[in-house]
Write a protein of this length. Structure first.
Length: 202
């Protein structure tokens, strides 16, 4: 059984990230899914768990949570007791599951979780309006041809910076304190985007 605090979080996770939701994503993205222990639902939960629990902050800790920790009930629900009994403590399967996790699935799931929390968290003083705190910043990213084509470096008449520069804007819900997926754009060049313009994408 899971502990009470983690049990509440896990139940909320499953109420939002349902099999129906994942199946719909798989169909819309035309993905081929392997039948195994480390499904999308399991892998994304373990990634969340690694952030929430200090003692499960490693790959090994996450796998151990499936065998005897807070994630055991989730694995038994999805895969049944037979697979639970055959699960080893090796981290290779989880590592492969993470590497096979498609970015669009992660993005859609994060949006689903964030939007669900924001929709259920309301404050009378805001008259049920969504109120966000916006913040913008600049980030340097890896120097590659692809990045340079989208995010030019900072430059002057005499010199040019080595790393491409990205402008990023985030929005944090004032009630739930959930931070939505950030919007990014070029900081310099013909395709440069201002913070106000980026904020409209969130």
């Amino acid at each position: 059984m899971v502990n009470s605090g983690m049990g509440i979080i896990l139940r909320n996770y499953r109420s939002i990230v349902t099999d129906k939701f994942i199946d719909s994503l798989v169909d819309s993205l035309k993905l081929k899914v392997r039948d195994g222990i480390y499904s999308y639902v399991i892998v994304m939960w373990l990634i969340i768990l690694q952030r929430l629990q200090q003692d499960s902050g490693t790959l090994k800790g996450a796998v151990e949570s499936l065998r005897s920790g807070p994630s055991r009930d989730l694995l038994e629900e999805i895969s049944g007791s037979n697979r639970l009994q055959r699960l080893s403590g090796a981290t290779g399967g989880y590592s492969q599951g993470r590497s096979r996790l498609p970015l669009p699935v992660v993005e859609a799931t994060v949006d689903q979780i964030n939007n669900s929390i924001v929709e259920t968290a309301r404050d009378a003083k805001f008259k049920d309006q969504k109120v966000y705190v916006l913040d913008g910043t600049g980030l340097t990213i890896q120097h590659t041809e692809e990045n340079l084509s989208q995010y030019p470096q900072c430059s002057t008449k005499k010199t040019k910076a080595h790393y491409p520069l990205v402008r990023m804007v985030i929005a944090t819900d004032a009630v739930s304190r959930v931070t939505l997926r950030p919007a990014i754009g070029a900081f310099h060049g013909d395709k440069a985007k201002g913070e106000s313009e980026l904020a409209m994408r969130i």
